[in-house]
Design a protein around this ligand. Structure first.
Ligand SMILES: [Zn+2]
Ligand SMILES: [Zn+2]
Length: 261
């Protein structure tokens, strides 16, 4: 299984996941044209996609979903709450999914995880293929016990570190938005991401991608300062950016233990 990002942050999110049975986009917060250009940068085309899975209805995740599905005739997976939250226009092949219920997509196991976020029925996802797992965990205001359990043992993880609380407090957002972003149903701060990494098993992590980093309420220096002391056992740490996302990362199975004679 391998994965890459078309972009990460409040101006648009989309993660590309590929396995030997197919390829999917998790969210599409870019226009169709922009999505195609960004896919091309990763050596892919929208024609290669098997499906789109949507986490929730916020524009930075859903903007291009329905148009892309119409243009390239692919199924869209989302929860009923996400579907009924807004008018998407025509979605040619809608597949409703339920949180807490795993499903299979061309051999890829997909686990939707309910998360605390201010959307109708948001889900984040753990993907499993060929003995390895990739967790995607952004857009949540706090780490619930259920979330911690679902993401405790990943081989690769995309984790939100959205804001620094002091930068958010002193930043340009109006008070109501500050409250929303920093609240229990908003986004994870650097410190919340660090707390999560301290509590889960990071020894299996081949890749940790720090994502959905706010351009207004955070800085790369602050994210690194908070997380780096915790990353000694993580093989590779990547910081996703709004414009470039991140390049392909491969999650490989554990190599067999060699037994010497
Ligand atoms: Zn978002
Ligand atoms: Zn959101």
């Amino acid at each position: 299984m391998r994965f890459a990002s078309l972009g990460s942050g409040s101006k648009g999110n989309s993660t590309l996941i590929e396995w030997s049975g197919g390829a999917l986009l998790l969210d599409c917060g870019f226009s169709v044209k922009e999505t195609e250009a960004r896919l091309q940068r990763l050596g892919r085309s929208a024609k290669d996609l098997t499906a789109v899975i949507v986490t929730h209805e916020h524009t930075d995740h859903i903007k291009g979903v329905a148009a892309l599905a119409r243009r390239f005739k692919m199924p869209v997976y989302m929860t009923p709450g996400t579907f009924y939250s807004r008018d998407h226009g025509l979605i040619p092949e809608l597949r409703l999914i339920e949180n807490y219920q795993r499903f299979s997509l061309h051999g890829l196991e997909v686990e939707p995880v309910a998360v605390p976020h201010d959307a109708r029925e948001p889900a984040q996802f753990v993907f499993r293929y060929s003995g390895v797992s990739l967790g995607v965990l952004t857009d949540l205001g706090n780490i619930s016990p259920h979330v911690e359990k679902c993401y405790c043992d990943c081989d690769a993880l995309i984790l939100e570190a959205n804001h620094d609380p002091l930068m958010l407090a002193g930043g340009p957002y109006p008070p109501s938005l500050k409250q929303r972003v920093g609240g229990l149903w908003g986004h994870l701060s650097n410190q919340q991401a660090a707390g999560f990494l301290q509590r889960v098993n990071t020894s299996r992590l081949q890749h940790l991608v720090v994502a959905h980093i706010s351009q207004k309420n955070n800085s790369l220096a602050l994210v690194r300062q908070t997380l780096e002391p915790l990353l000694a056992s993580v093989a590779n740490t990547v910081y996703a950016c709004q414009d470039e996302g991140f390049e392909w990362l491969e999650v490989s199975g554990v190599p067999p233990v060699s037994v010497s004679a």
